[in-house]
Design a protein around this ligand. Sequence first.
Ligand SMILES: NC(=O)c1ccc[n+]([C@@H]2O[C@H](COP(=O)([O-])OP(=O)(O)OC[C@H]3O[C@@H](n4cnc5c(N)ncnc54)[C@H](O)[C@@H]3O)[C@@H](O)[C@H]2O)c1
Ligand SMILES: O=C(O)C(=O)C[C@]1(C(=O)O)C=C[C@@H](O)C=C1
Length: 380
Amino acid sequence: MSGQTGFHRVNQAVVIGIGLIGGSLAWGLREWGGVTVCGYDASPETVSRAQSLGVIDYGADSLEAAVHDADAIFLAAPVGVAPAILRELSRLPLKEDCIISDVGSTKGDILRTAASYPSLSTRFIGGHPMAGSHQSGVEAARPHLFENAYYVLAPLPGTPLDRVRRLSDLLERSTRARLVIMDPDHHDRVVGAISHLPHVLAAALVNQVYGYNQTNEWYHRLAAGGFRDLTRVAASDPVMWRDILLSNREPLLDLLDDWTDGMERIRQAILAGRGEAIEAFFRQAKQAREGLPERKKGMIQPSWECFVDLPDRPGGIGEVATRLGEERISIANIGVMESREERPGALRLVFTDQDHWARAKECLKRHGYSVFDPDTDPAG
Ligand SMILES: NC(=O)c1ccc[n+]([C@@H]2O[C@H](COP(=O)([O-])OP(=O)(O)OC[C@H]3O[C@@H](n4cnc5c(N)ncnc54)[C@H](O)[C@@H]3O)[C@@H](O)[C@H]2O)c1
Ligand SMILES: O=C(O)C(=O)C[C@]1(C(=O)O)C=C[C@@H](O)C=C1
């Protein structure tokens, strides 16, 4: 996407909660985003440490002082405290164009909370960088933590397009991540399966083995590469994961039911000595694991793009994102084709692969949008 326009430039950002993720984001905003970053944290020692590490430009000792001059505010405290911070923000005077975003691992809850405050509902755009670590705290922060990772943005349906673009531009430059727009509930189901459920399973496995080890220490002594690889994330922060599970309750309950069913199927196969079923179980997993997309730095992705004619009005981008989200189609990038005067308000949508691109075009046409495909329309 293009750079920021002069009038709405983000000069001043605030990061609330300067731990692993907030610290990494703050550092990138300073280093690559050209933004002055103020840090606020519940722990004053963390603010001092962040300043001495060069993660933030300066610290604030109250939320009100921190956000007063901000063009962008990022919530990076645990998911469980984010609603209370939003409530405080809803009562504070903010700059007219100030954007608020977050980095929380769940999106449905926080967007519903933001939507309930009229003063926040058109400024809040949910965010979630899909990179992290089992470590916590500002000492573990790195400016390049999110490089080449996906970074999900989840706007509310009424969010003005200009605000989403401004945030997306800033984050793309500051994190070098790959920005995607996604429906919040879709995000929570997908991330529940690939992040939240695996954290539960890793912790359960470690706890199970810990129980055996209480009476026989050979369990821990013999724990080798497989056990360690599989359970690295069990060393993650318990408070953060408590909050995530409570915030993504419904999808996780469904996922745990599916997990229990899957375990029962493999249990039955072992019980009945059905070798071919056990082999098929591992064969499918091997193929799927080897087929996971690679995450190489600097990898050039093919561009699957199309354009949608759209009046530039509040809510337009949210409607498109919602239509696509309803059909589980993710947008990899979004922008406005300002130079194509014959098509005012055309949205440029980029998808990660051919399947999402083809389904998106079909979905948008079905909902009455005029879709233009540069590969098949020579006028472009
Ligand atoms: N750790 C990961 O891998 C990862 C990845 C992506 C997103 N996230 C999300 O990022 C957020 C932060 O996670 P983290 O790993 O950086 O945690 P962290 O523990 O490293 O940092 C959290 C920081 O928030 C501060 N804090 C707590 N309550 C606060 C409050 N009321 N006001 C201000 N500051 C407060 C803490 O003092 C701490 O410095 C969470 O919402 C998490 O879901 C984490
Ligand atoms: O790498 C890790 O340790 C992580 O747990 C990172 C991880 C993940 O599950 O992949 C954890 C939580 C997030 O919200 C996003 C990323």
